[in-house]
Design a protein around this ligand. Structure first.
Ligand SMILES: C[S@@+](CC[C@H](N)C(=O)[O-])C[C@H]1O[C@@H](n2cnc3c(N)ncnc32)[C@H](O)[C@@H]1O
Length: 542
């Protein structure tokens, strides 16, 4: 297997797609929102959203098609020659998308199927009073990049009516008699010898025994009416509360039919993470992109929820970096990484190089201090190191008035700043101090507190506990997620994924519990708070 790492990326997919290598992806599934003018809004889904769509439709189609087309062109570029794309849309724009985008980018002859997904059989309520046929379908266009693409045939089990036709039974199992229209002489002989053929006078064709266990099911055609949309299923365990979430069985079918294990699946509008969650379960590799923090963090938690010890790890790329993570995790990894972010190359030896951690492209030394308030002595030591590290380079930089070295740290104390000024004024030497947040955007994660109140017993003698999470953050808060049976070994596995207010009420039987809440801010930074509760004739914090 390659060294590919599954990833979730926050950002406009046009930008992110441009950073993906050409011909590196096997399958793309996209379920774009309908955008209008500059109001980027998810508008397909429930009927309220459709109304806002109608209000804004006028004049918007060209803009929308242009917007989507440049993204699909990038998707085409990143697909391997054997790859294919499934574009999910509905009646509002399907004709435009097919003709103006897919035919033009992939070619008219590369359309493999227009899949009609019958989302629901429901034609009641508001649909019944509209003066047209209710619309219960979406279109999913399947195009391949070349004539060589992956297709695994998919069948569905026989329905009850078809099963009933196997109404006879012998020692090999259930069977029915079926006309045998064409047959080779060898096969005819075998059938005669085994007694599996009836050649009676008056029958136009002989009949042979078709056994149920050799029946592999019915080949799926392009009308998919056996997968219901999530909202219609009562008490649906799959529903995570993300608007426009698509059912896992839909993605399961798409991924199985058009990819093999270990293939790379890309969803550039990942939303609640359905595609990557299914891809992960099916042992495919994946990339999920979304411009919404909520989408990325919900997808992250969904993936964590379904992962076990054997799952492949994945990374989440946000816009801002968590100060605590950079400041306190793995020092060597941080040093190498920040030098590269600064545009330099890291010194991987780390020994015998006078403590120099890297160099700029032109060979000027860089030192990284993973600390705050860096003092005067660091500058003095660095000053003597740069002279010994590469003397000709030092002289050249000094003579041409360029920095002789760079010190990177989280912050600098007065002593360091004064020493740099002194060196400049007295010795004509420039040492440049660079804060980490000048290189990469850094933010502090939210501070979270969790309180609870005992609200007595319910009719079944369970204790009702009300929880309130309060977060303070330099950014605004996106949502909270809750795990009422937290286990540190298994990690955070939330039962409630999107809670906008930080308030939950839960029933508990007598016992000891750990309750964990996670808060996510609009930069995607999160904090976790855990409390241990003992429920027994009351509730106390352990
Ligand atoms: C219809 S939803 C996808 C739902 C998803 N298929 C699921 O099952 O949950 C569309 C998603 O596209 C995202 N999006 C819209 N414009 C985007 C852009 N330019 N780049 C990345 N994501 C974008 C939205 O934030 C939204 O989450």
């Amino acid at each position: 297997m390659s060294d590919f790492i599954n990833k979730l990326i926050l950002g406009d997919n046009l930008e992110v797609l441009r950073s993906i290598e050409s011909e590196s992806v096997d399958l793309v599934y996209l379920d774009p929102p309908f955008f209008s003018n500059r109001n980027y809004e998810v508008i397909w889904g429930d009927e309220g959203e459709i109304r806002s769509f109608q209000d804004r439709w006028s004049g918007g189609i060209d803009h929308y098609i242009g917007w989507l087309k440049e993204r699909v062109a990038e998707m085409h570029r990143v697909l391997r020659p054997t790859g294919s794309i499934f574009l999910h849309c509905d009646w509002h724009a399907n004709a435009y998308i097919r003709v103006e985008i897919l035919d033009k980018i992939f070619g008219y002859d590369r359309l493999l199927s227009e899949i009609i997904w019958k989302r629901t059989f429901n034609s009641g309520s508001s649909k019944s009073i509209s003066k047209k046929f209710p619309i219960n379908t979406d279109s999913i266009f399947w195009y391949s990049k070349s004539a060589h693409y992956c297709f695994n045939k998919i069948t569905r089990p026989l329905n009850e009516g078809a099963l009933k036709r196997y109404d006879k039974i012998d020692e090999k199992g259930k069977y029915m008699w079926v006309p045998l229209k064409t047959v080779s002489n060898e096969r005819l002989l075998i059938l005669r010898e085994s007694g599996e053929i009836r050649e009676e006078y008056g029958l136009q064709y002989p009949r042979y025994k078709k056994y149920l266990d050799v029946e592999v099911g019915v080949l799926i055609d392009n009308v998919w009416d056996d997968i219901g949309q999530i909202a219609t299923r009562p008490g649906n365990f799959e529903r995570i509360g993300y608007p426009t979430q698509k059912p896992m069985s839909l993605l399961d079918r798409i991924i199985k039919c058009a990819s093999d294990e270990v293939d790379i699946i890309l969803d550039p509008f990942v939303g609640g993470g359905t595609t990557i969650s299914v891809a992960d379960k099916l042992n495919r590799q994946w990339i999920g992109i979304d411009q919404s923090v909520q989408a990325i963090k919900v997808s992250e938690m969904r993936l964590q929820n379904q992962q076990d010890l054997f799952s492949k790890p994945f990374i989440v790329q946000l816009h801002k970096y968590d100060y605590d993570k950079l400041r306190y995790e793995n020092a060597f990894k941080f040093e190498t990484w920040i030098v590269v972010q600064f545009g330099g190359s890291a010194n991987l030896k780390q020994k015998g190089d006078f403590g120099i951690d890297g160099k700029t492209q032109d060979g000027t030394p860089i030192q990284v201090k993973r600390s705050d308030n860096v003092g005067r002595n660091v500058i003095d030591n660095f000053f003597s190191s740069v002279q010994r590290f590469d003397k000709p380079k030092y002289d050249q930089n000094r003579e041409s008035g360029r920095p002789v070295g760079f010190v990177i740290a989280f912050s600098f104390g007065h002593g360091a700043i004064e020493e740099v000024a002194r060196l400049h004024n007295r010795e004509n030497v420039i040492i440049k101090l660079v804060r980490v947040d000048e290189i990469v955007p850094v933010s502090n994660k939210p501070v979270l507190t969790l309180q609870f109140a005992d609200c007595g017993l319910d009719a079944k003698n369970n204790r009702i506990i009300e929880f309130t999470a309060t977060a303070r953050s330099e950014n605004s808060i996106e949502f909270y997620a809750w795990d009422f049976n937290y286990n540190a070994e298994k990690g955070f596995k939330p039962q409630v994924l999107i809670d906008k207010h930080g308030k939950q009420t839960e029933q508990f039987k007598a016992g000891t519990y750990q309750v964990a809440v996670k808060v996510v801010d609009n930069e995607g930074l999160d904090s976790l708070e855990i409390i241990k509760l003992k429920v027994n004739g009351g509730v106390i914090k352990e």
